[in-house]
Design a protein around this ligand. Structure first.
Ligand SMILES: Cc1cc2nc3c(=O)[nH]c(=O)nc-3n(C[C@H](O)[C@H](O)[C@H](O)COP(=O)(O)O)c2cc1C
Length: 210
């Protein structure tokens, strides 16, 4: 085994190792609007769901290269709402293109050619082609080291028809092809799904009394 003492590594080395160790990561393709209503889109893979009551998503947002806040932070703070769109493989190239460092006020969806759809519960539009979008209200925005921890309360989930069964709320995983982020410029697709129920503990310890 090789142990790496994180106190002896540079921030870049820590970033590199953490990003490589924790894979695959989902990507939050976040749409926001600025005070003039211009729509911004950018991908963030320091992202996950956190809770269901309240229903929270969390995102780690760094500073711009060279310093200063990213547009997503300015917009979320100004408007108090954002939408997490989930990209599938068909959208991967456009998703990555929206990570280019455009100046504030440039609308990535219009540059890259991404149609928008009005939000159902928030003023922020979602990406019409995204298979799933999570409409969020700002829950907390907390500076943490050089990053911001962005927490959003999900107020609506909008999904392409056929992805979720309206009665059972189950996902039809065969129809979902989310982009998985690896590291640097590498991405992956989901492999085949398989079932693995958690066993009852007594089946693993047949001699123990329950
Ligand atoms: C797949 C992918 C994932 C990314 N994840 C993050 C992330 O988790 N945090 C971050 O600060 N930047 C991340 N970035 C970089 C931002 O997308 C990039 O800085 C973008 O220009 C920010 O846009 P904005 O200023 O419009 O918010 C990622 C880029 C890509 C391509």
């Amino acid at each position: 085994m090789s142990a790496f003492d994180f106190s002896e590594l540079s921030p870049q080395e820590r970033y590199k190792m953490l990003c490589a160790a924790v894979i695959p990561r989902p990507v939050a393709w976040i749409t926001t609007i600025d005070a003039d209503g211009i729509v911004n889109a950018a991908p963030y893979s320091f992202f996950n769901v956190f809770a269901e009551t309240p229903p929270l998503v969390i995102v780690g947002i760094d500073q711009r290269v060279g310093g200063g806040r990213k547009d997503t932070i300015d917009n979320v703070e100004a408007v108090g709402e954002f939408t997490v769109n989930l990209a599938d493989s068909a959208l991967a190239e456009k998703m990555v293109a929206t990570a280019a460092t455009f100046p504030p006020g440039v609308s990535e969806p219009s540059v890259v050619g991404l149609p928008l759809e009005a939000g159902t519960k928030v003023r922020v539009p979602r990406l019409a082609d995204a298979p799933i979008s999570l409409e969020c209200r700002l829950f907390e925005l907390k500076p943490l080291g050089q990053r911001y921890l962005l927490m959003g309360e999900v107020v609506a989930l909008v999904a392409r028809d056929g992805l979720f069964d309206p009665a059972t709320k189950r996902l039809n995983v065969e129809h979902y092809d989310p982009v998985a982020r690896l590291f640097a410029t590498s991405y992956a697709k989901l492999g085949p799904a398989y079932e693995l129920p958690v066993p009852d503990w007594t089946s693993l310890m047949p001699d123990a009394k329950s």
